[in-house]
Design a protein around this ligand. Sequence first.
Ligand code: ATP
Ligand code: MG
Length: 275
Amino acid sequence: MAGNVLEVKHLRIWESRTGKVLVPDSSFRLAKGECLGIVGESGSGKSLTCKAILRLLQGGLSQSGSILLNGISLAGLSEKEMRTVRGKRLCMIMQNGMRAFDPSRPVGAHLRDTMSVHGDWSSMEIEELLHEALMSVGLNDPVVVLGRYSHELSGGMLQRLMIALALALKPDVIIADEPTTALDAVTQFEVMEQFVQLRVLTGSSMLFVSHDLGAVKRIADQVIVMKDGEIVEQGTPSELFTRAEHPYTRQLAASKLPLHHHYMKLMGGAGFAER
Ligand SMILES: Nc1ncnc2c1ncn2[C@@H]1O[C@H](COP(=O)(O)OP(=O)(O)OP(=O)(O)O)[C@@H](O)[C@H]1O
Ligand SMILES: [Mg+2]
């Protein structure tokens, strides 16, 4: 359908050996430039959904249904074609930045490799693009940061690096799976702001996954709520906070709202006026 960058239709995920169903039947759409939040408690199927979109489910799991990126079915692509799609068209930012990087090489090597696989840039252009992207996420000494190993950088810095990479690659869709969960509250706030900025600068569409409805409220235009693998509710963040129909969503909203307000008050940040 016109205007949708990503369409997931009747996604089903199950354990191949036992047939146990983990995600029975999920359908949702991501419009161009939109941010769709996916919230739900631990084990509700959020990460499986993201991995299925990227065709990165582990061996023991199977998936069916269709996933269309700009109208093209990803199931029809070869693994080689899919590798080109990952990174350039669909960019994933995970919970743990440390795991995204090869510990045996400086982080810059990883970023440069990814850029050279996904674009036609010369190495000088890559260097320029990366420096610019690092500066815009607040990593003000790009040469030093790019020369460090992942264990020499904080969790917040690693997430900023992934955001910088997405800034440079400008993918059609950014999939962020709990990208702030492993960070302390203040860093969470800062990284969250970088995500908001990333949307503004790239115009990329985004799937933003979190167990925290409050965090999603800051960034998402639409939110789907998952429970036990199923989508139980969908709406704008304020609809879900004010008149959620499903008791589970009400519970998520109630448990997260005081925390969210406390946090915004602490930071004097945007959104505190909305209650
Ligand atoms: N490789 C696997 N084999 C079998 N079951 C799995 C596998 N990976 C995940 N599951 C199960 O699928 C369900 C959904 O897992 P998923 O990782 O998608 O949850 P989640 O919503 O991302 O949770 P969290 O918030 O903790 O990250 C869980 O019950 C989990 O135990
Ligand atoms: Mg998860």
